[in-house]
Design a protein. Sequence first.
Length: 85
Amino acid sequence: MTWPFGPWGKIQRTCLDCGQTWTLDAGLAHLRPRRPRPAVRARNTQVLKAAFDSLDQQLETIRETRTCPRCSSEHFKDRRSLRVR
């Protein structure tokens, strides 16, 4: 499925619970966590710790983009934001 907003656009998310509206880059709208590379499966604890720290950071960013800043709801509706030229 093609994301109709394009990687360069902006979207507005409206919370379906409280009505709060916020704007974010379309590229952030549908982030997915990246899987650790096979080389990260090493037994070196420092490498594993760095990989899990990176994954935790990705998951926090994803959580922030998918929750309402006012009520923390995960129910929202996306729509294109007007482009300013």
